[in-house]
Ligand binder design. Sequence first.
Ligand SMILES: [Zn+2]
Length: 367
Amino acid sequence: MAGPVRVCPECGRQFEFSDPAWRCCGVPMRLAAPPAAPVPLGQLAGRPLTTWRYAEALGVPARWWQPATLGEGITPLLPAGDGISVKVEYASPTLSFKDRGVVLLLAQALAAGASRVIADSSGNAGTAVAAYSARVGLPAEIFVPSSTSPKKIAQVRAHGAVVNLVPGNREATAAAAISAVESGGAFYASHVYNPVFHLGTATYAFEVWEQLGGRLPDTFVLPVGNGTLVLGVTRAVAGLLAAGLIPSAPRIVAVQAANCAPLAAAWRAGSSMPLAVDASPTIAEGIAIAAPARGAEILAAVDEFATVTEEQVLAGRSELARKGWYVEDTAAVCWAAARAAGGSWGEVVVPLSGAGLKTGWTPASPA
Ligand SMILES: [Zn+2]
């Protein structure tokens, strides 16, 4: 077993796990196949309480993931009222769901024999790459927008990574990182371009399936910027369906901030490509992506899009805090959308994707 294979959707060329190539024909690669299914429920008992209890589904040899793991996964799933359950993803080693995918990127860096790592991020993926690079002993250079929350930047630096603050939007940050990668010598730990990341986020759905006793909810409500969680969950659903472990696919609802919603706008217009939008700043910094590189892929994978206003995000964050969950702004978007849907999506699971301690916080006045 040599690890998951990537494929270029344009020319069909396949790339082994140990190949550090990060794009082909100018477009992001995809996984050659959806993850295999986890072993049956009865056989999961007694396994490690991390995502690696699904090791067969991920297909990455232990010699590469074992040095990289920080014990990610198996986050709490709890009912929170109104038919909505929350999955507490900020109970992860670096306080966000990105750990699920980043552990696989660093496993791949080891497989590729990398000597250093570059990543770009709106914040949380960068902190995760910095931590997991430290774990495997590789120097890391992280590019983030200069507007990124100071606490996330401090977290990156604490792990010993070099921080490059890039003026402008998230796209400018990606361009700066890609330019550094192209100059040679570094492994590009990209959660946007590298589909191996989606194998990691697939474990979010595997866990929900296991925690609900071998079934999925009616609806997954997921945040979408670059689609890292959406694309993992939809691939996990494909794997579970193919193995006959679920009878039908749940509804996938993706949520964007109304101030930056190129995918929701496309969905409403019936377009298969993201629309060019005049994005305004949003407090949901983790999903502020005006031109998602995998836009068409996300639009094909999602059943329905929703948007939330800045006021709804703040109110949702306050509401969650009053229930005991202290999240960052971006992590309140799915809760806010599910509350606004008023039960029309049936039984819903939403992720609390990142910790409140990562950003500043001003409580909203109750609506
Ligand atoms: Zn190609």
